[in-house]
Design a protein around this ligand. Structure first.
Ligand code: HEM
Length: 349
């Protein structure tokens, strides 16, 4: 044993103490609460997505004539294919929900304020990448609803002023959905977006390490209690337990509510009801409420305001007395998002 340790040490000049020092950041006590360490949940689910996505990619064939059949094969015939597909689908759903909850936690605790404005903007890029990965992933199935969802998505892109036509062509690999579209979606879904997310996550976590997380102290904590604990092993175990619970939850969901396969895409028959996945309900309802270009421009404006929110908030706090206005604006925004989502879910058109 001593020989092996020495052999490794001769080649990797890092001591156990150094390793402990690098990984062992003192973490503030409030990170014992799941609400405050929610960022670890999408990180964990992202790893699940990479692992299950690679397994699915072994079988998936991205062309209109083969895509649907390859997913049917994964679901019905490949060994444990239904399970891997179910895990991938449910982890995607939970990851989107977890990213939204994490962003809400950061927002309502004001953790985006100086000096963390840049990390908020990196987070916004992560949110957009997560949503786009969900959209392109759903389109790969090539069932009737996912095909028409992708077509509607591309047509909405077309209404973006000036660059819309170009963006639509880049997305579809032509003026309309064609033989090359699915392989393009596949590369965007399985390579471009995940690589972009890994790069963004490296920046996100590096900034968290450099700045530390925002310090909070709660009134119910006794004064004499130490206000920090060690990342390793304490926080590591917390994350491990959350990871195990998530794996049990994912397995249960994949088994009880397995990923389904609707009728195959028929490019000649427009279905009566076209709906995107639940996380786009809010945008879809917004698009139905306003005409094409107005809806797209207002959506762009809302996303821009979200991006630069830490600076708008700082201006508010400097210039007005409404220093906590962000909380009320946040509550109104959350209620509006829930309202539009429920509305879209409840009606056929
Ligand atoms: C794939 C998506 C994401 C992952 C994996 C992730 C991961 C993390 C982790 C592990 C933390 C440490 C503290 C915690 O767990 O809350 C964190 C903090 C933070 N995240 Fe994220 N995040 C993601 C998306 C976002 C989004 C969408 C935003 C906002 C737009 C955001 C903004 C922030 C900020 C500002 C902090 C610092 C919080 C503080 O100082 O208390 N992140 N993130």
């Amino acid at each position: 044993m001593g020989f092996i340790t020495q052999w490794i040490r001769d080649r990797l000049p890092i001591s156990g103490d150094q390793l402990r020092e690098w990984t062992n950041e003192p973490v503030p006590n409030h990170l014992k609460r799941w609400w405050f360490c929610l960022g670890g949940t999408p990180a964990y689910l992202f790893v699940v997505q990479i692992a299950t996505g690679i397994l699915l990619a072994f079988y998936y064939k991205p062309a209109p004539t083969t895509a649907y059949e390859s997913i049917r094969y994964i679901t019905d015939e490949a060994r444990f294919g239904w399970y891997i597909r179910g895990l991938h689908k449910w982890a995607a759903t939970l990851m989107i929900a977890a990213v939204i909850l994490h962003q809400m936690r950061v927002y309502f605790t004001g953790a985006y304020r100086k000096p963390r404005e840049i990390n908020w903007m990196v987070g916004m890029c992560l949110l957009l990448c997560t949503l786009l990965t969900g959209f392109t992933g759903y389109s790969l199935v090539y069932e009737q609803l996912s095909y028409w969802g992708a077509t509607v998505g591309a047509n909405i892109t077309d209404t973006v002023p000036v660059i819309g036509g170009f963006l639509k062509e880049m997305l579809l690999g032509g003026e309309a959905y064609n033989d090359r579209t699915l392989s393009r979606f596949f590369i965007i879904h399985g390579a471009v977006l995940p690589v972009a997310m890994i790069a963004l996550l490296v920046v996100h976590i590096t900034l968290i390490r450099l700045q530390g997380v925002t310090e909070f102290r709660f009134s119910d904590e006794p004064e004499d209690q130490p206000d920090h604990f060690n990342f390793f092993p304490d926080h590591f175990y917390t994350e491990l337990i959350i990871g195990l619970i998530l794996m049990i939850l994912l397995s249960a969901l994949a088994t009880i509510l397995p990923a389904q396969l609707g009728p195959p895409a028929d490019p000649l028959t427009t279905p009566e009801i076209i709906k995107p996945e639940w996380f786009f309900y809010v945008a879809f309802r917004w698009l139905k409420l306003f005409s094409g270009t107005v809806a797209v421009l207002t959506t762009g404006l809302i996303v821009f305001v979200m991006f630069v929110w830490p600076f708008i908030d700082a201006w508010f706090r400097r210039r007005t007395r409404a220093s906590e206005a962000s909380v009320w604006i946040g509550i109104a925004a959350v209620l509006l998002i829930i309202g539009l989502t429920v509305w879209e879910a409840a009606v056929a058109h």
